[in-house]
Design a binder for this molecule. Structure first.
Ligand code: UD1
Ligand code: UDP
Length: 387
């Protein structure tokens, strides 16, 4: 436990390794650089390579420390081991006042674990998401639950996420409802203006992304075939930015490459992705972040998964959890294409994920706790106290 002299900036190490972590931590880094209270130290792990690099400009700072842990088709255990070892060394050499991690990737879990081993307090951005099914999504549900055991600050995007944490015994005074920083970033990027949509025609425009591990293999191939049936209607244009994962490409390329009505494109930079999302009529996705962004822009989203940790969009009526059955994919998409009333209902449902000020709330809370005489050690109280 310690308090922090107010004249000295808090050295905050932000650990990020994948595309969505860069997108969702960018507003936090940008806010840090606007004031004098924090000194951001950005560590990129390289869990993703191209898909991470194309996001880094948004941070607005140099990434001071860049690891390079990605290996093609590496096993989760190898990735985790490499991350914990290398991040532990970085933390020992740099001794930040706190470590920030975001979400539920292996980078986030390893960042929290390495910080715990180094006795550095952890702040968790996008805390409290749960499906209640330990292996779905795999391995993210376990990752985020474990991070919650470690973190000192839990920044929950919604009231429901905050309730999950307190129900697990985390003291309410360590849980803060902030909104999701993805909204901050989307609004900021749309304000910058100049992305290019990937759609090329005036047909009904469907944006599709697929990458989750539990969908890979035969399931994903079947969903690819279902997309070719939709394209066979002749009145739709499907744009699918292909994730770099070889497992995703193995499943989708044989079905979809060169198919009329379907444009497979490389992962889009965020400006172009935001423009493409703003330009589409509807979204089919198994992504977490896109479930949050689509309602922010009034785009109906069909979620190609059997569980979601973001039920708020489904409850608001902006998204529908349709499962992974290929026939359901076709049926629900056609319903949205052909039933204007159903389409308008989903389109107008609104965004339950925040007001674009989440990063400000995260930093205000951290600044208050570091400036005041409150413990900023590993955990201040609660069932797993180390105090
Ligand atoms: C990871 C996260 C997942 C998140 C997703 C965002 C874990 C366990 N999973 O899944 O929660 O939703 O990122 O996209 O942390 N690859 C490249 N270039 C890249 C990125 C990936 O070649 O820029 C290839 C590599 O062969 C890599 C593979 O894709 O081994 C899989 O990447 P990995 O980070 O392990 O898992 P994702 O499925 O991307
Ligand atoms: N995204 C992007 N370009 C793309 C596809 C997605 O910039 O070609 C962004 C998207 O806006 C969202 C994030 O990547 O913010 C989602 O990443 P992904 O689906 O890989 O991961 P998840 O959110 O499921 O963890």
């Amino acid at each position: 436990m310690s308090t922090h002299p107010s004249a000295v900036p808090v050295r905050a190490m932000l650990v990020l390794g994948t595309r969505p972590e860069a997108i969702k931590l960018a507003p936090v880094v940008r806010e840090m650089t606007l004031g004098a209270q924090f000194e951001p130290v950005v560590v990129t792990t390289g869990q993703h390579r191209e898909m991470l690099h194309q996001m880094l400009d948004m941070l607005g700072v140099d990434t001071r420390i860049a690891l390079d842990v990605m290996r093609t088709r590496q096993q989760l255990s190898d990735l985790t081991a490499r991350l914990v070892r290398e991040l532990g060394q970085v933390m020992r050499e740099n001794r930040p006042d706190l470590v920030l991690v975001q979400g539920d990737t292996t980078t986030a879990l390893a960042g929290a674990l390495a910080a715990f081993y180094e006795k550095i307090p952890v702040a968790h951005v996008e805390a409290g998401l749960r499906t209640g099914v330990l292996d779905n999504p795999f391995p993210e549900e376990l990752n985020r639950s474990l991070i919650s055991r470690i973190a000192r600050w839990h920044f929950a995007p919604t009231a429901a996420a905050a309730r999950h944490l307190t129900a697990e015994g985390i003291p309410a005074e360590q849980v803060f409802t902030t909104g999701n920083t993805v909204v901050d970033n989307l609004l900021w990027v749309l304000d910058q203006g100049t992305g290019t949509s990937a759609f090329r025609t005036d047909a009904r425009r469907i944006l599709v992304t697929l990458h989750r591990r539990e969908n890979q293999g035969e399931r994903m191939r079947d969903m690819g075939r279902a997309l070719t049936r939709l394209a066979g209607r002749g009145d739709v244009e499907i744009v699918l930015p292909l994730h770099k994962s070889p497992a995703v490409r193995d499943a989708l390329l044989p079905e979809l490459a060169g198919h009329p009505g379907i444009s497979l494109v490389e992962p889009l930079g965020y400006l172009d992705f935001a423009a493409t999302l703003a330009d589409c009529d509807l979204v089919l996705t198994d992504s977490g972040g896109i479930q949050e962004e689509a309602p922010s822009l009034g785009k109906p989203a069909l979620v190609l998964r059997t569980t979601t940790e973001r039920p708020e969009a489904v409850e608001a009526g902006a998204a529908r959890l349709i499962g992974t059955d290929p026939q359901a994919l076709v049926t629900w998409t056609e319903r949205l294409l052909d039933d204007p009333a159903e389409y308008q209902r989903m389109k107008g449902a609104g965004n339950p994920f925040g007001d674009g000020k989440a990063a400000l709330r995260v930093l205000a809370q951290l600044a208050e706790d570091f400036a005041a005489d409150v413990p900023v050690g590993l955990t201040a109280s609660g069932p797993y106290s180390t105090a």
